[in-house]
Design a protein around this ligand. Structure first.
Ligand code: ADP
Length: 410
């Protein structure tokens, strides 16, 4: 253990899913990531812990981990003891940041209090039943394992709370908004916020002077229109199903087509939900895979359905970019991020080809030589709009937010 390890304060960032706990540890007040890892198959006697320290040294353990509390205890044991320890005692953890999918009304990160917990349980569990209960379990586990250490919830929806009402409302009877909180919330907010802030740094301009379209293309995909640092529109909606076509999600579809399908195939609500969320998108159209790498491979070997899926994917992203150019009255920058956005030159090229009249010109050579995990400018000299590839880092964003927040507000 280094001498630093005995003194430094760290932020622990957790992303708790139904059967996994992902974590990263940053030095408080800095961007240095000291460790990261994941506990998979939580709830099983064969849970797997993968831990990676700053030098890239990896450690792996198979253990009987019954719940999130035990998972977090195991993570702490990696951080505090053993060959790759980065701190000496629990008290060096200044705060724990939780990625929470749905924040309901919250437009800012919050320090967890009894009131916040009650709101999360009463309101957001219903809005995001597949995510928020597990995020919440992580918060309660930390309260038990690290008593006295502040917990901060950073919501995927928060960055989008600045949308104007005419952008977030749906054209259905107003009473459903009042009664069931049906409106657009948007997701991936921390990622959109992070990459737009990096773009502003790269452009050497204040975010308050910029208009940016962020394009997060992963298994789940979404776009955001950001004006002067504030999000004014985003493609995901009440749930992450709305918007562009994704790995397994349909994205935008005429709701009447869904009703028709339910009748014609005699489908129940859960079956329909599974079809739209898990069997559609790249997977549903290609019939082979939800993974863009596989789609690209199949397309190369002449698979017409894979080519159709790829073309639909790119076309739909392009349409959203076009609509956000209209919303923003032009943009200073377009930013690609996440698995596909960062790694697939072909997808970026296809999305932005033939857009010269919109002031967007890709430099094909630059686009094809982007280095993994490094920000890159891929637009040509004559492009009015700067086009970037910027690796997302939601955990770093959460850690930076935690450095700014007043942790005593409890
Ligand atoms: P998640 O939404 O699960 O966080 P990611 O951001 O990790 O997803 O993105 C996963 C997607 O990124 C997958 O479709 C995967 O195929 C795609 N991807 C990763 N690397 C590449 C690559 N080199 N080329 C094309 N697609 C890639």
């Amino acid at each position: 253990m280094s001498r630093d390890a005995t003194r430094r304060k760290v932020n622990l960032i957790l992303n708790c899913g139904s059967s996994s706990v992902k974590y990263k540890v940053f030095v408080s007040g800095a961007e240095t990531c000291l460790a990261r890892g994941v506990v998979e198959k939580v709830g099983s006697p064969q849970a797997i812990v993968r831990h990676c320290d700053r030098a890239g040294e990896k450690d792996r353990e198979v253990a009987d981990i019954k719940n999130h509390k035990q998972a977090i205890q195991t993570v702490l044991s990696f951080l505090i003891s053993g060959g790759q320890a980065i701190i000496q005692e629990k008290s060096q953890i200044k705060a724990v940041g939780h990625r929470v999918v749905h924040g309901g009304k919250y437009s800012q990160p919050v320090v967890i209090t009894k009131e916040v917990k009650k709101y999360l349980q009463d309101v957001t569990f219903e809005l995001a039943p597949l995510h928020n209960p597990y995020n919440f379990e992580g918060i309660e586990a930390v309260e038990q394992v690290l008593p006295g250490v502040p917990n901060v919830a950073v919501f995927d929806t928060a960055f989008h709370q600045t949308l104007p009402d005419y952008a977030y409302m749906y054209g259905i009877p107003y009473r459903f908004f009042k009664k069931h909180l049906i409106r657009k919330y948007g997701f991936h907010g921390t990622s959109h916020q992070f990459v737009s802030s990096v773009a502003s740094r790269l452009l050497k301009k204040r975010i308050s002077e910029l208009k940016i379209i962020t394009v997060h293309l992963g298994n789940g995909s979404s776009l955001a229109a950001i004006k002067n640092g504030k999000c004014v529109d985003t493609s995901m909606g009440f749930t992450p199903l709305e918007g562009v076509m994704m790995g397994t999600r349909s994205g935008d579809i005429d709701p009447a087509a869904v009703l028709h399908l339910m009748m014609a195939e005699e489908l129940g609500i859960h079956e329909t939900d599974t079809i739209l969320n898990k069997q559609s998108g790249l997977l549903g159209v290609s019939g082979t895979s939800n993974d863009m790498r596989e789609i690209l491979k199949s397309m190369k070997s002449g698979d017409a359905r894979a080519a159709l899926a790829f073309n639909m994917f790119c076309y739909r992203v392009k349409k959203y970019i076009g609509s956000y150019l209209a919303v923003l009255n032009g943009a200073d920058a377009i930013v690609f991020t996440a698995g596909i956005g960062e790694n697939s030159a072909k997808t970026r090229e296809e999305i932005l080809k033939n857009a010269e009249n919109l002031g967007i010109i890709i430099d094909v050579r630059k686009n094809r030589t982007v280095k993994p995990e490094k920000p890159a400018l891929i637009s040509g000299k004559n492009s009015k709009v700067a086009v970037f590839v910027i690796p997302t880092n939601e955990e770093l964003m959460i850690s930076k937010i935690m450095d700014k927040i007043n942790l005593r507000h409890r």
